[in-house]
Design a protein around this ligand. Structure first.
Ligand code: TNX
Length: 528
């Protein structure tokens, strides 16, 4: 009797129990594999259930962030006005979190609400990126169960960047925008565009049109190259700005300049000799605009460096430099202008110094701060300049001694064009083979003796593209190393170790997959 009476109740309770077991998955915010690792995470052990009925409450200007949440969740969430909801995600500018700084944020997850608070849109952007990573998880009963708790977070260094060489190989506006999307998701805030080099001039200069029209027509290996119109460049800058990324344009001078010498005979150095690898692009249909009997050089499609130079003896040279810096500065809202300055092997030292001093004045006259590769420390630089360390500790120390700030890009650690090991299908290895642990396991503040935390603005990982020809190549070389560099820039040094990071990175793999990245599956990591 009892048996039959209670059987349905028993079965019902069993079903309820099983369903609730499924819903009550153990949930621990502190165990999430977030990259970069946040400054502080406090878990409260419950779950927020994101479903189709969750609403977004935010100001119109942050709609893009709301859309990114919908996209990551895989449901189109409704936007609602401020109010009380059963399940809502709020993005709020809130002066109460001022101590976290402009890029800092607080992310509070409770069973009925998720709130991102920041004092600036930069912080709201970064808080949202953290939330997007939390959304990569399997659905349970058509909901995403986000563990509850509070994350308070802010960056270690103010300069967290990557450089993309669009000269050796040209990359489309769409590729550059995708790269911005990816680096900014990992909280990097600088994209340095290496716009010119011997092999290609990639930015329209209206007063010297042939620079791009002719100087942009090839690339390493002889492909068709390309260039950005000023409108293209502005659209890249705008895309970046929405993601808290500042674009730093680089015109590499006085060496690495053949694409300009090929466009205008008037600035050609009559002594220009091509390197022995002899990779001429010619014969070419369009010779540069001829100036008297000054012949332009041929285009160059090889990989040698340091053999071309501007000439102070040519009266047009400084006019060219002035015009290029002025036009590019005008369409660059960010405060920086990179003048290159590296590997000027055929420029006489006294001329090199004069060049850098000229560049410095011209950049200043255009209201920008000059950045150059570390060799610029040989010139009269001061605390207004920034030197980018890549190879020579002596040059970098000399720059710091003159008061310049330093960007750390040591080639043996963060050159993302270096091969992972001898079997990597693309890439170079002149600096080192750089495995994922080599790239992660160092500290910018102790890397060069005599350059301390106070001298350092931050860290930047260059992607040189002699052997990198398309977006898939960029992603394979940059990932996963770049996200480790992003963590070096963001996370406090004492809070990170390779042994802990490698576990988190392995568990982060589904998120990289969700971003559509074909990353290098390093054998040093157990990939999920
Ligand atoms: C060195 S790094 C260069 C670049 C090359 C790169 C290749 C630097 C300032 N100069 O011109 O593309 O090596 O790894």
């Amino acid at each position: 009797m009892m048996n039959t009476l209670f059987r349905p109740i028993l079965i019902f309770s069993l079903v309820v129990f099983l369903v609730s077991c499924k819903n009550a998955r153990p949930t621990n915010l502190a165990a999430e594999s977030l990259i970069p690792k946040p400054v502080s995470v406090t878990a409260t052990g419950k779950a927020f259930e994101l479903s189709a009925s969750t609403v977004l409450v935010l100001d119109d200007e942050y709609k893009m962030l709301g859309d990114s949440i919908s996209a990551a969740a895989g449901v189109s969430l409704k936007f609602e006005q401020e109010g009380t909801y059963k399940s809502a995600i709020y993005l709020k500018i809130d002066s109460a979190v001022a101590e976290l700084g402009r890029e800092g944020y607080e992310l509070t997850i409770e069973p009925a609400s998720i709130i991102v608070r920041a004092i600036d849109r930069a912080g709201l952007f970064y808080g949202t990126q953290t939330l997007l990573q939390l959304l990569t998880r399997p659905r349970v009963d058509n909901t995403l169960q986000i563990p509850t708790g509070t994350i308070r977070d802010f960056p270690n260094y103010s300069w967290r960047g990557s450089m993309l060489d669009v000269s050796r190989h040209f990359f489309s506006v769409a590729d550059v925008k995708r790269y911005i999307d990816l680096i900014s998701h990992y909280k990097m805030n600088v994209l340095h565009l290496h716009l010119t080099d011997d092999q290609g001039w990639r930015i329209e200069i209206k007063s010297w049109p042939n620079l791009a029209v002719h100087g942009g027509t090839t690339q390493v290996g002889g492909g068709k190259g390309g260039y950005y119109t000023q409108e293209d460049y502005k659209s890249i800058v705008a895309h970046a700005a929405q993601r808290n990324v500042v674009i730093v344009p680089e015109i590499d001078m006085p060496s690495h300049i053949n694409s300009a010498l090929a466009a205008y005979g008037s600035i050609n150095n009559p002594d220009t000799r091509f390197p022995k690898d002899g990779a001429y692009a010619g014969p070419v249909e369009t010779r540069g605009i001829m100036d008297g009997n000054n012949k332009p050089t041929d285009l160059y499609t090889g990989m040698d460096v340091g053999w071309s130079t501007l000439s102070l003896a040519r009266p047009s040279t400084l006019q060219f430099v002035n015009d290029v810096i002025r036009e590019l500065a005008e369409i660059t809202p960010g405060p920086y202008f990179h003048i290159g300055g590296d590997e000027a092997h055929v420029t006489k030292k006294e001329d090199y110094i004069k060049f850098i001093n000229h560049f410095s004045e011209i950049v200043k006259a255009n209201n920008k701060q000059m950045i150059g590769w570390e060799e610029i420390s040989q010139a009269n630089i001061d605390g207004n300049s920034i030197a980018q360390h890549w190879a020579s500790e002596e040059h970098a120390k000399a720059a710091a001694a003159k008061g310049a700030k330093i960007i750390m890009s040591p080639s043996k650690k963060v050159y993302l064009d270096m091969q992972y090991d001898s079997t990597t299908r693309i890439g170079l290895h002149w600096a080192a083979y750089i495995e994922v642990d080599d790239c992660y396991n160092w500290d910018p503040a102790t890397r060069v003796q005599g350059i301390t935390r106070d001298n350092i603005m931050g860290i930047e990982a260059p992607v040189w593209t002699e052997t990198i020809v398309n977006m898939a190549d960029i992603e394979y070389m940059a990932f996963p190393r770049l996200i480790g560099v992003a963590e070096i820039g963001w996370t406090p040094t004492e809070a990170r170790t390779w042994d802990e990071y490698k576990v988190r990175l392995g568990k982060h793999a589904p998120h990289l997959q969700k971003l559509g990245i074909d990353f290098y599956r390093s054998p040093k990591v157990n990939w999920e």
